[in-house]
Design a protein around this ligand. Structure first.
Ligand SMILES: [Cu+2]
Length: 143
């Protein structure tokens, strides 16, 4: 038989409540890479400089776009990198683009960002690469 002291149980639930209320449950996710509308966006991940460039700019939904990732130093990366498109807090189906190496340290492909029926604009593009630390860029796509 497990003995549960009511005071300890009470303290525990109070502690749990404090932890839960300190998490902003309804915080809207925000874009961290809206600079993509003005030029290539470079971040440092795992000691490498990773640049995402989407053209033409600004980046609009339902427009043919060129996605280019450059990595410096490129090291031993595969000839294909996967770029995963998601909308934070929403399931939009699986949208993974194969980026193909077009030059040393450069991967590219073309595609379209769909317009979301909800009216939301925030997309996250994550390079699915454990070697690179799965770097992600989020931005508000324009109409
Ligand atoms: Cu959506």
């Amino acid at each position: 038989m497990v003995l549960r002291h009511p005071l300890i149980a009470g303290l525990f639930s109070l502690l749990l409540l404090t932890v839960l209320t300190s998490i902003p449950l309804h915080a809207e996710p925000r874009a961290n890479s809206n600079a993509l509308h003005d030029g290539p966006c470079t971040k440092q991940f795992n000691g490498r400089l990773i640049t995402l460039d989407i053209t033409p700019r600004p980046v609009r939904a339902m427009q043919p776009l060129l996605f280019r990732v450059t990595v410096e130093p490129a090291g031993e990366l595969p000839p294909v990198l996967l770029l995963d498109f998601t909308m934070p807090g929403m399931y939009m189906g699986k949208n993974v683009m194969k980026l193909v190496r077009t030059a040393p340290g450069t991967w590219e492909n073309r595609g379209v960002i769909v317009r979301c029926m909800s009216g939301k604009k925030l997309w996250q593009l994550m390079i699915l690469s454990p070697e690179l630390g799965n770097p992600a860029f989020s931005f508000d796509v324009r109409d």
